[in-house]
Design a protein around this ligand. Structure first.
Ligand code: NAD
Length: 500
């Protein structure tokens, strides 16, 4: 169906695909009911989506379990890696459909979808095909006190059926980040994309079929969380492990359900990330880097900076320049290559972000730029846009500085010493990422040791090597994924001890 996805979606209008369906055991199937997917650009309904009821979820888990014993379970690591490389090739063949699907669902700019979201989908499959075929396992030559000798070595095995639940902000990127290693390790999967972004996962199901992934290895169920496909999936006794990306509160709800079945969990959750700008930084780079780290994807990246701390001698210049750049960010249509801004994902999320704009004012913030809703004079006035916003003047304890907002807003506050900067950054319930702008190499390394987060970026932001550990401390998650860390989560190890 190449091409079906493209017309309409790039301008916030319906595509000719019409109904997005679940994918179970190699076939597209309806659900018990349907729900509407609305464009965040124009407010128009762009798809009907088949909501998986408990019967469809049960069929998906059953198909996944059966596929473990089918051709997939008998393939060598190399054969499975070959299938994953074909998936990457097919993703690239469907590149423009995936771009349209992602832009249609989220309203993100076509240039970002083409350079970040969709290329990372294919890269994830190739990277994990490589990791799984080159990873070693532990082995120990053992000598006991009585002189007996043995060889111990670990054998890697699939965990089984993995439930994959992902959010709406980087839909294909975050989904494939989990599907690729799960499949590379020989598991079968049931995925549930966000109800806000059902499209790219549906194209991925078509890609899986075209690439020759055996029936039942990849299953897709659409729907919501509580009392819907998400909850049915996490509660299903046939699921062996759950990997989840989303809000910390949702992670907590899933952890309670997972506890009953003693299921392994990997959680990539929320953040309230700090950016530290030292007076010795390249200020041009710090301003441009902060424009990216605050406003990319409408501020809707878990890694986005919402708290900026700036060394006092440069705070005035930095704040003036950041606010000026924020005010310049262009509000075009998503299909226009020059567009940078994007809408928030939904009216509900826009109401939440606007409530934080109001809260910041009520808490006494000075608004340096933004704080409202842009006006277009066209269909985008029915969309979910808000202005990029920079505020200042609040204490670290203000809710604006402690709660994840997940929109295009940051607060700027001063610091005087390195220790104070690190302490301010660490003063959070979250611990996902931090960004440090400095020319002092010693300070850069001290930051890495001092900051209580999963990822520290120095003089950059969101620069990813897929081999590195990715995850968060505190409310930001449980476990790490990436490279060998993913292989660890998506595998069971059996230790074999042979007396010699
Ligand atoms: P969310 O938690 O509302 O939803 C995420 C997914 O979970 C959706 O598919 C949803 O349908 C499902 N879900 C909701 N309740 C459920 C339940 N009770 N049982 C099973 N499934 C359920 O998150 P969101 O609003 O879609 O995404 C934004 C959040 O995701 C932010 O907090 C952001 O920081 C976080 N995030 C984290 C990372 C990371 O890598 N740490 C990456 C991206 C986004």
């Amino acid at each position: 169906s190449a091409g079906l996805w493209q017309p309409g979606l790039l301008t916030g209008k319906p595509s000719s695909v019409g109904l997005l369906r679940n994918f179970v055991g190699g076939s597209f199937v309806d659900g018990g009911s349907t729900f509407a997917k609305v464009s965040p650009v124009t407010g128009e309904q762009i798809f009907d989506v088949a909501e998986a009821d408990s019967g469809v979820v049960d069929a998906a888990v059953t198909a996944a379990r059966a596929a473990l014993d089918g051709p997939w379970g008998r393939m060598s690591e190399q054969e499975r890696a070959g299938v994953l490389r074909r998936v990457a090739d097919e993703l690239e063949r469907r590149f423009e459909d995936l771009v349209a699907a992602e832009v249609g669902d989220t309203g993100k700019s076509i240039s970002q979808a083409r350079t970040l979201d969709i290329p990372r989908g294919a890269a994830n499959f190739r990277a994990f095909a490589d990791f799984a075929t080159t990873a070693s396992t532990e082995s120990f030559a053992t000598t006991l006190a009585d002189g007996r000798r043995a060889l111990n070595y670990a054998v890697r095995k699939p965990v089984g059926v993995v439930a994959i639940i992902v959010p709406w902000n980087l839909p294909l990127l975050l989904l494939t980040w989990k599907v690729a290693p799960a499949l590379a390790c020989g598991n079968t999967v049931v995925v549930k994309p966000s109800e806000e972004t059902p499209s790219s996962a549906t194209v991925l199901a078509e890609v899986m079929a075209a690439a020759g992934v055996p029936d039942g290895v990849f299953n897709l169920v659409h729907g919501f969380g509580p009392s819907s496909a998400g909850e049915f999936l996490t509660k299903h006794p046939g699921v062996d492990a759950i990997t989840f990306t989303g809000e910390s509160a949702t992670g907590s709800a899933i952890a309670k359900v997972a506890a009953d079945g003693v299921k392994a969990v990997s959680f990539e959750l929320g953040g309230k990330n700090a950016g530290l700008v030292f007076a010795d930084a390249d200020l041009d780079a710090a301003v441009e880097g902060s424009v990216r780290s605050v406003f990319t994807n409408g501020g809707q990246v878990c890694l986005c900076t919402e708290r900026l701390y700036v060394e006092r001698p440069v705070i005035e210049e930095f704040s003036t320049r950041l606010a000026a750049r924020a005010a310049e960010l262009t509000f075009g249509w998503p299909a226009d290559e020059a567009t940078v801004n994007m809408p928030l994902i939904s009216k509900t999320h826009r109401d939440k972000v606007l409530s934080y704009y109001d809260l910041a004012r009520a808490e006494g913030a000075d608004v340096l730029t933004g704080g409202g809703v842009p006006s277009f004079g066209d269909a985008r006035d029915n969309g979910c846009y808000v202005q990029p916003t920079v505020v200042t003047g609040l204490p670290p304890t203000a809710r604006t500085n402690t709660e994840e907002i997940f929109g295009p807003i940051c607060h700027i506050a001063p610091f005087d010493t390195e220790d104070e900067a690190f302490a301010l950054a660490n003063d959070s319930q979250y611990g996902l990422a931090a960004t440090v702008w400095t020319r002092d190499v010693g300070r850069a390394h001290r930051a890495g040791a001092a900051l209580d987060v999963g990822i520290v970026w120095v003089n950059t932001w969101f620069l990813r090597d897929l081999r590195t550990p990715f995850g968060g401390t505190k409310l930001s998650g449980i476990g790490r994924e990436g490279g060998n860390h993913s292989l660890h989560f998506y595998s069971e190890l059996t230790n074999v001890c042979v007396e010699l």
